[in-house]
Design a protein around this ligand. Structure first.
Ligand code: SF4
Ligand code: SF4
Length: 557
């Protein structure tokens, strides 16, 4: 006979986050009336050491075999509570979490009674589902300890070095003939006036000299198969295709500088962009008496709404460089807003002003007009038009997503944003990871970054990637798809085509073509189970019966 159900419910005040807006005492009293609930406790903070110890003690003393916590979001706290159950020798998948903070107290701050009633509904549904929960075992899978880094700019090289110095074999694939990326085209890096190309070359020498790194330049990515721990990357160098097995992939494919064709009379001669100005600095061919820089050239407009973040500092740095090379040259920077965040950038901004760089605010509705030997601009603050002499106009153009981002995102099954930059798994919780496990990102592939930011992100991505590499085994939550009814599966492949994570495949079995789940790749999104017309697939802990039970509980109020 199955064990008697003994459900414990813990209702959290979350300080005043929940208790300030809902009647938590009433919720606790209500929970006591629900079927199979044998223990209820209100906690000031369920996630505090006191709260955790209370859960553990109740599991032991009250012989609880299901636990429900009504508190905040499972995104941040579910692992903690599952771990608590495990420490008290209760299978962690006999735990259910109800989010009465985000879904009740935060969204119904002004409606105490309605918010409390909604929380009662959610707790009743959580308890109903908990009754049908089954114990699950974590899934384990070995991890190939080799790493793949896509991109040989500063972020890719930094990530490769960080991993190689920890003893992992790294393959670095770069589509250009040389390592170095955008740095090779730049002059000096602020604030320390580091020679950009020299830095790139030094780093490339270190990468090439590292016995743990194999570098493939002029190499294009062809195909990526597999999942965390077991990727296979196919790439072609000089017509020769090779396959690289690896456990993790770091995307550091960089970005391009927008070529401002058609903007402000751009001609690459008298109207150039900041990159071309830096090329002139490097070549020693800079020669101008009146320089006008125009910020946001091609950025923060309808077609390209985002701010590229780094162009203001590039303009300020280059304005300083011009003034230091040739103090008599006039430099006007026409801006919409100045992005000079952080102490060092602010100091550079001040230094530019001290050297005589002049800043003029313009409005997008009245953009500067470039004429043969002058730039006419409406000065927003003075409220009148100014005519600035010029013999060189420099456009500060944004970084744009690399052309092949879309193609690579499809190969890797990772997301890109509306501007085709790669999109992290979560802006706060997974800033260097993709939603797909085992793939990480850094540098301009994600969004325009300074060299310093790109290096920090690369070190961070390498650290994140080191976790599965160091463990050698991936442990994955078993909330994944399962072939619950093998006979029902017709092997049609519809679910395989729809799975966003490549976690399904069709295999030949004694019973014919059947789907097979790769549990370690599955994210439990439910797309397959909800589209299979044969109801052959189910998601652990989200079975039809469990969800039906929740709906029934909702309707039973
Ligand atoms: Fe088709 Fe369903 Fe089988 Fe997938 S599980 S192959 S959708 S019958
Ligand atoms: Fe793919 Fe299904 Fe897993 Fe979603 S739940 S990741 S569709 S196998």
């Amino acid at each position: 006979m199955a064990d008697e159900l003994r459900i414990g419910v813990f209702v959290c005040d979350c300080g005043s986050n929940i208790a300030g807006y809902l009647d938590v005492k009433e919720l606790a009293e209500y929970a006591k009336t629900l079927p199979n609930v044998v223990f209820v406790r209100e906690n000031l903070y369920t996630c505090s050491e006191t709260g955790i110890n209370e859960i553990k003690a109740a599991i032991k003393e009250q012989k609880l075999n299901r636990v429900v916590v009504a508190s905040c979001t499972p995104r941040t706290h579910e692992p903690l509570f599952r771990g608590t159950c495990a420490e008290a020798d209760l299978n962690p998948y006999l735990f259910e979490m109800v989010n009465i903070r985000d879904q009740c107290s935060w969204v119904h701050m002004q409606e105490r009674e309605d918010g409390t009633n909604k929380a009662k509904d959610l707790i009743r549904m959580g308890v109903a589902k908990a009754a049908l929960l089954e114990p699950q075992q974590d899934i384990q899978s070995e991890v190939d300890p080799r790493a793949m880094v896509l991109g040989g700019g500063i972020s890719g090289m930094t990530a490769a070095m960080a991993l190689a110095n920890r003893g992992y074999e790294v393959t670095l694939v770069e589509k250009a003939p040389e390592l170095g990326g955008l740095l090779l085209k730049l002059d000096k890096l602020a604030p320390a006036d580091v020679d950009a190309a020299e830095l790139a070359r030094q780093q490339a020498d270190l990468v090439r000299g590292n016995p743990n790194i194999r570098v493939y330049t002029s190499t294009s990515l062809e195909e990526v198969q597999g999942y965390i721990g077991h990727f296979k990357v196919r790439a072609t160098t000089d017509g020769v295709q090779q396959e690289f097995p690896c456990g993790i992939i770091i995307v550091a494919t960089g970005a391009d500088v927008l070529k401002p064709t058609g903007l402000f009379g751009y001609d690459g001669e008298k109207v150039i962009n900041q990159l071309e100005l830096e090329e002139r600095f490097r070549a020693g061919t800079f020669d101008a008496r009146h320089v006008v820089m125009i910020q946001c050239a091609g950025a923060r407009i309808e077609e390209r709404k985002y701010c590229s973040r780094i162009c203001c500092m590039v303009a300020i740095k280059n304005g300083i460089e011009i003034k230091e090379r040739s103090p008599e040259t006039t430099v006007h920077i026409l801006y919409r807003d100045i992005q000079a965040y952080g102490v060092e950038n602010e100091m550079l901004f001040q230094r530019a002003k001290e050297l005589g760089v002049l800043f003029i605010k313009y409005d997008l509705a009245r953009p500067p007009v470039v004429e043969a030997d002058k730039v006419v601009v409406y000065h927003e603050l003075l409220g009148r038009e100014l005519s600035l002499p010029q013999d060189l106009v420099v456009l500060s153009t944004p970084l744009v997503a690399a052309e092949d981002n879309e193609k690579i995102s499809k190969m890797l099954r990772v997301s890109i944003d509306a501007n085709k930059f790669f999109l992290e798994g979560h802006v706060k919780l997974k800033p260097l990871d993709f939603a797909t496990d085992g793939i990480y990102l850094c540098g301009n592939a994600h969004y325009p970054a300074t060299v310093r930011e790109a290096i920090s992100q690369a070190l961070g991505a390498a650290s994140r990637a080191s976790i599965p590499l160091a463990k050698g085994v991936m442990t994955v939550e078993p909330i994944v798809s399962t072939l619950a009814d093998e006979d029902a599966c017709r092997g049609c492949g519809l679910c395989v085509a729809l799975c966003p994570y490549g976690a399904l495949e069709i295999v030949r079995t004694a019973k014919g073509r059947k789907v097979q789940v790769i549990p370690v790749a599955c994210k439990g999104c439910g797309v397959c189970a909800s589209t299979c017309y044969q109801h052959a697939l189910a998601i652990n802990s989200y079975t039809d019966e469990q969800i039906g039970q929740q709906i029934g509980a909702f309707l039973s109020s």
